[in-house]
Design a protein around this ligand. Structure first.
Ligand SMILES: Cc1ncc(COP(=O)(O)O)c(C=O)c1O
Length: 457
């Protein structure tokens, strides 16, 4: 299928006034010239790495093929320098290359010229200090005060203050067990008031959503993409749980993948796809370590160029050293072992999900949990997650968030995930860190709380 890449002018409408006025960093914008053969650079105030005390770095890591086997990775003195030095704003070149190829493999996209004969796909990758950093910078790059943006509801609580700080209106699009309700989104867009600027963005977490744990179905994703094309908005695909998918069915394709494979229109009797409408955020936090603080954004160059300008004018770049550590580990594994590692992690969370759900069913799902207990009927409703580490529990009969603490169990009240102050009877329960014995005890305490509150009425 022929591919149309959205042209640079397309993004003029989307970029915020603030980033349009940004001046490039006077030093960092000249960095690429330093790499030209024969150039002697008197440019940056870079320190001389040989004056640093670090002479080598060694660490051990578990091998994905055999979890009890540890390998030692040593970065000798001459190879350590890039990790001790300032590096490119978009990321350490070796890591960027590795991650770009990962995106090609994972999402069937092509960096540079498209293999099926199309033109350039117009995307690249930029590193950030966690995906949170990149989401915040992308918001700055794309939102003007007073803009309306579409957010799935409930939404990841970490983006609510980002959007609030941008002074934009957050239009909540309801979700259900299959992800964003495309029919509701269609209604919102079709009845949008003539007098108001139309929304430019939709923010969504498509796998193992934080907080609902839901994974959007393929059908829904296709419908949302269709609406994005029809009503001209960009999809911010925040996907830190992509590699934590453990659903029984085949993994639904990402929005970044779908924009290449879903036909957009017809020209001269031939269907074509249109790319450049998806900005994707990935994270190494859930798969390598949250402490590395490495996330990556993948999407239109026009947007990422501005994100990089924001980086160059603020924190300069992600730590070269953590990028080097991540690169050396990933490079030593190769893609096969990386995917094996992520499958192992997904299996770990699936097992946690199963234990949690078993105890949830036992203590709050109806029936007699243990001798001496009464059957109180079903006390809580939930949808079983297929990725990630969250359960979203509906407990209409109780004020669990206020009474549970007294009984020694904590869950996050659903209201913190609603940007416009609406009420919800849901709570988010995270099962990622719990030991199996703690799960049963937590469910016992939740049952006690629910029954106490019920008897108070
Ligand atoms: C949906 C979502 N987006 C972004 C983040 C931030 O992740 P990072 O550690 O990459 O900044 C999180 C962290 O929990 C998250 O759940």
């Amino acid at each position: 299928m022929p591919i149309k890449t959205l042209p640079a002018e397309f993004y003029k409408h989307f970029l915020s006034d603030r980033v349009k006025q940004l001046k490039p960093s006077p030093i960092r914008s000249l960095y690429p010239l330093e790499k030209k053969p024969g150039v002697i650079s008197l440019l940056a105030g870079k320190p001389e790495p040989s004056t640093f005390p670090f002479t080598s770095l060694s660490f051990t890591a578990r091998d994905p093929t055999n979890e009890s086997f540890e390998t030692t990775i040593t970065i000798p003195r001459d190879e350590l320098s890039p990790g001790l030095q300032y590096s490119d704003t978009a990321g350490l070149p070796d890591l960027l290359k590795w991650i770009t190829a990962l995106q090609e493999i994972s999402h069937g996209r092509h960096h540079g010229r498209n293999a099926s004969g199309g033109g350039e796909e117009g995307w690249r990758v930029s590193m950030g200090t966690g995906s949170q950093d990149l989401i915040a910078k992308s918001a700055t790059a794309l939102i003007n005060p007073g803009d309306s943006i579409l957010v799935e509801s409930p939404v990841y609580a970490g983006v609510i203050p980002i959007f609030q700080n941008m002074d934009c209106k957050q239009i909540e699009v309801p979700t259900d067990a299959d992800g964003i309700r495309s029919s509701s989104l269609k209604d919102i867009l079709e009845t949008w008031p003539q007098s108001e600027k139309r929304p430019k963005l939709l923010y969504t977490v498509p796998y193992g959503c934080n907080p609902t744990g839901m994974t959007a179905s393929l059908e829904r994703r296709k419908e949302i993409l269709k609406l994005a094309r029809q009503f001209n908005f960009i999809i911010l695909e925040d996907d830190p749980y992509y590699y934590l998918y453990y659903g029984g069915a085949a993994r639904p394709a990402s929005y970044f993948a779908l924009e290449l494979t879903e036909p957009c229109g017809e020209e001269a009797g031939e269907t074509y796809a249109e790319v450049g409408r998806v900005l994707r955020f990935d994270s190494l936090s859930k798969v390598l370590s949250a402490g590395l603080r490495i996330g990556f954004a993948t999407g239109p160059e026009e947007i990422l160029n501005r994100v990089d300008m924001l980086t160059a004018n603020s924190n300069l770049q992600v730590s070269s050293l953590t990028q080097l550590i991540a690169f050396r580990l990933l490079d030593s594994w190769g893609y096969r072992k990386f995917f094996l590692h992520t499958r192992n992690i997904a299996a770990f969370y699936k097992q946690k999900r199963d234990v949690f759900e078993r105890e949830l069913q036992k203590w709050l799902g109806g029936g007699v949990p243990e001798e001496g207990e009464r059957d109180e009927g079903r006390l809580v409703e939930w949808v079983s997650p297929e990725a990630g580490m969250f359960f979203w529990q509906h407990d209409s009969r109780t004020l669990i968030e206020t009474h549970a603490i007294a009984n020694g169990v904590l869950a996050l009240p659903g209201t913190v995930f609603l940007p416009n102050g609406f009420k919800t009877p849901y709570v988010r329960a995270s099962f990622g860190l719990l030991r199996d014995e703690e799960v049963a005890e937590a469910m016992k305490r939740l049952r006690k709380t629910v029954l106490e509150v019920r008897n108070m009425k």
